[in-house]
Design a protein. Sequence first.
Lengths: 362, 250
Amino acid sequence: MSLLTTNYLTPTGREEAWRFTPLKRLGGLHDGTAKVGDRESLSLKNGAPGVKFERISRELAASPVDTDDVVIQRVREGAHNVATLTIAANTEVAETITLSRSSHGLDSAEFSRVRIELGAHARATVIMENTGDAFLAEDVEFALAPGSNLTFVSLQEWNTGSTHLAKHHAIVDRDATFKSITVTVGGSLVRLLPSVEFIGQGASCELLGVYFATEGQFFEHRMFVDHKVRNAKSRVNYKGALAGQGAHTVWIGDVFIRAAAEGTDTYELNRNLLLSDGARADSVPNLEIETGEIVGAGHASTTGRFDDEQLFYLMSRGIELSDARRLVVRGFFNEIVTEIGDAVIQDRLMDRIDCELAKAGS
Amino acid sequence: MSTLEIRGLQVSVNTDAGAVEILNGVDLTIKSGETHAIMGPNGSGKSTLAYSIAGHPKYSITGGTVTLDGVDLLEMSVDERAKAGLFLAMQYPVEVPGVSVSNFLRTAVTALRGEAPKLRTWTGEVKDAMEALKMDPSFATRNVNEGFSGGEKKRHEIMQLELLKPKIAILDETDSGLDVDALRIVSEGVVRAKEANNLGVLLITHYTRILRYIKPDFVHVFANGKIVEEGGPELAEKLEANGYAEYVGS
């Protein structure tokens, strides 16, 4: 893959980056016809010493890295402020920092820019909770200074009818660690672009995600990990379930190992569970390698239905089919959901998964 | 007192080349407290017998009946058969990723008893069952059969047998892949379950060594999809000495 030079062309659906996305359902976010309001819905739920949350006018905020995504370009043009969360150098924030977005109203779009900055050797967990109705285009940038460590959890629990497009771009410096857990279970159309750019040796990232699409929902997760320096490590693991007519998910995992990125260690995995007919999962891992001097590079993608042997085993112990299916689906997601590390959120998500499954008529 | 009655059971499996008949009329009656050993060469249909009684979807019943205390098992779903009192210890227990042993056992016992067990009593029961089978307490937090050694899988099967208290248990090559110590521990578990619940056992095996620990009342020789000879424990001794040669190819 090559990095396209910036264009400002309205996508037609023929572009690689847009070929799966139903453009008609974007409400004009891609072609500039969407009516944009001036809502700023993101708020900080809890602070802590060494943590600062403020809105900085875009003229004073750090310049974002270039993007070839036309929606994000429009966001940068339209958003006046950058909601900025700063964690000071050498600060270890024990408590989880929660950012919350409950953006009510579908009549006009919100353009939102967010920047999360960790100073050198800072350590924090940030959760971004997204609930309610949303018509949102969002540009989130993370800047991790050397030796810092960020766990970022984004929860898409939107109401039906919501549209959410976002880029989550992490710039990870020397020996810093970025871990993200993305959960998408609600909304009509959600398209997230998690990307990571390593700018210092010894940096690492772990991109984890779960999604569950039911009737008519479109969820796209398109990641890009840019290994441009030596000795960085990346792991990607996304798991999805689909049920119901027209449920459609897209997972794209692009990993680029540049010539300079000797000692790269990367592995990406996507698994999809198709729980009914009429659902479609697209899964495209994509690895481009410019140097052979690496530790490892691999990917795997599987899409399958319920394993009859698992269901038989559980049922042979007296467990009814519907409960057996619920156990298997919970188990499938468990590996990633437990990584969130917050029992209240984990229980809420598992309950939501049960509901989605019940809704799918299993 | 329970009775599992198999009459004229015929079973086929669907393959790319069409349906293939595997069981050609099996007759067998197992009562509470009895131990029946089914012995036979590989490919004779022993496992098919076990899985088709338990209701595995891969097999089609083409003839005959299977009843437990007069009730037709073949009309029941897999979970209903378990609720009726049937248990199958599998030769290759299935991995269920992300589901812990303790969650699995609690879900199963709740389904079988019709209500959730009292937490304290249940925790004690599980602990005792694990100790009796010399299993590490950490076992309960591991995912079902995931990363288990062959021996651990079989101990886990027999632990379920002891905890779920069925009326009739089918043990499908429970002895395969076990070393001498594990074989003894697992066999003792089966004997405990028999004594505790007057369990009826259908023990499917290839070898006689497990019969030193679990004494059979009846031995049946299985070949070409049916029982070809029946006798007492002495028949196992004969098989040990002579093998299955005289039954194969008939």
